[in-house]
Design a protein around this ligand. Structure first.
Ligand SMILES: O=C(O)CCC(=O)C(=O)O
Ligand SMILES: [Fe+2]
Length: 284
């Protein structure tokens, strides 16, 4: 009688065997967080986050995995949910009581095509990585959280987004403290992730500063997040105003947002789920 190995690449509890083909572990040893190399990496990321409000790890995802994810996103295009909405930078209803130029009154536009988690096959490279506890622990270490959990949302935990010509994400602050993104394919032109780090704080909305950025009058404080294919980026979006500029040309921008929380039961509200995925529960 022969036995077969019980460890499969889709087992979420397995170690590096589940994602060694996905991450460049020589450069980014997330499988061995106690090593000196890993400590150095975590320190470097923390320093970049403090200095720039973001940390971009170029070449984190191996080229083969990047290409497979881009191919997968294009093949799932028909199940993507297209959203196109206008909103304030705070995702609130516009309120002109402080004047038409006030950030609370102004609206921007966001248009994108989202492929929900339940459409992404279990064996997809970056899904295998997302479901590994090693990546979750690495993200927690960089963000100095004692523990982080993957989102419990069946649609939003990990999604893929396509941005076609003319699509953009208008200036906004995120509701979540931080986000983690993976770039598969930048656009030919446009689709830049521009941000103004630390523009507001917990104690100060800095409406005047937000208004200057919206007016295009504060270009000196803007930064561009590196977006080479395969880059994994950390971003503190609650206090940094950011904008994915309109895509120009026929090549879609394709990326993923990996979602984490400090609580194990994090889910989208029904309203947000309906907006971004056109439904509130997983498909049958
Ligand atoms: O697509 C990106 O690079 C960033 C996405 C973003 O800002 C968001 O989902 O809130
Ligand atoms: Fe955002």
């Amino acid at each position: 009688m022969t036995t077969t190995a019980m460890t499969t690449p889709t087992d979420p509890t397995t170690g590096p065997a589940a994602y060694a083909d996905v991450v460049d572990l020589d450069r980014y040893p997330i499988h061995d967080l106690d090593s000196d190399a890993s400590h150095g990496l975590v320190e470097e990321c923390r320093a970049q986050l403090v200095a720039q409000g973001a940390c971009a790890l170029e070449g984190f995802i191996r080229p083969g995995a990047v290409a497979e994810m881009a191919r997968l996103a294009l093949s799932l295009e028909e199940v993507a949910w297209s959203s196109n909405q206008s909103h304030t930078v705070y995702f609130t209803e516009p309120d002109a009581s402080h004047g038409a130029d006030h950030p609370l009154a102004r609206t921007v536009r966001s248009a994108k095509h989202g492929i929900a988690y339940d459409h992404i096959p279990a064996e997809a490279p970056v899904r295998r990585l997302y479901e590994s506890d090693d990546l979750t622990r690495f993200i927690a270490a960089v963000l100095e959280k004692p523990v982080l959990h993957r989102s419990a949302d069946p649609l939003d935990a990990m999604q893929m987004t396509l941005f076609h010509e003319g699509d953009e994400l208008g200036w906004h602050f995120d509701n979540s403290e931080f986000s983690v993104t993976v770039m598969y394919q930048p656009a030919n032109a446009g689709g830049d992730f521009l941000y103004a780090p630390g523009l507001r704080s917990q104690d100060d909305e800095n409406y005047a500063g937000v208004q200057r950025v919206l007016d295009g009058a504060d270009t000196d404080r803007l930064r561009v997040l590196p977006s080479a294919p395969g880059t994994l980026a950390f971003f503190r979006g609650r206090h940094a105003l950011h904008w994915v500029t309109p895509i120009q040309g026929p090549t879609p921008r394709i990326n993923t947002v990996l979602t984490y929380g400090e609580r194990p039961d994090m889910r989208l509200s029904d309203l947000t789920s309906q907006l971004f995925y056109g439904r509130t529960s997983p498909r049958d």
